[in-house]
Design a protein around this ligand. Sequence first.
Ligand code: HEC
Length: 191
Amino acid sequence: MFMYKGKERLFTIRRPAVIVLAFFLLGESFAAEACENTLGSSVSAALGEPVEHYVSSIVSPDGSGLPDGGGSVAEGKQVYETQCAACHGIDGDMQGNRLVGGIGTLSSARPIVTVGSYWPYATILYDYIARAMPYGQAQTLTADEVYAVTAYILHLNGILSDSAELDALSLVEVDMPNEDGFVELPGMGHK
Ligand code: HEC
């Protein structure tokens, strides 16, 4: 009698647990599959058709390779809100994909790593956007648009005023908050 009760109890306790576990495992494998599919198609779409005006040279921290052209924070706001905000948040602070904020938090217990808090040079922000963004439509922005949206992201980070404009000369002059946060390795280039 005692044994029987014990088994019954064991059974009633375990059955829901097994069902929950089964759902969990099923869910996991569906999620993994969905993730793989999305990843596969977005990787193949990551490099959109390069447009004719796209300047393919790599921009160095010292600004070499920067193309002619320029853009303002105001123009960049337009580019940002139509082509970037969906993935990075209207103020650049979308959870998990933020570009803005966190300045001064790197040595804290909860560092927030963003373009503003981490990246040492504004020039490489231009380079990254020109070559890799908007994600899925990469290399479709004009040089003017890249200068403008670079200016806007720096403005959102409080690094440039709302009336700022950027071109090849002024971009090199931008001081990034974490510029001195890196050590120079012997033999490696530095600005
Ligand atoms: C479809 C979504 C999507 C759109 C649209 C998009 N991005 Fe991104 N962006 C991403 C993802 C995803 C990453 C991370 C890529 C990685 O780490 O390989 C990223 C990374 C970045 C980074 C690097 C951030 C860091 O700290 O490493 C910058 C800068 C950036 N995007 C700027 C832009 C700009 C500017 C635009 C608009 C012109 C834009 N993005 C549009 C999805 C997007």
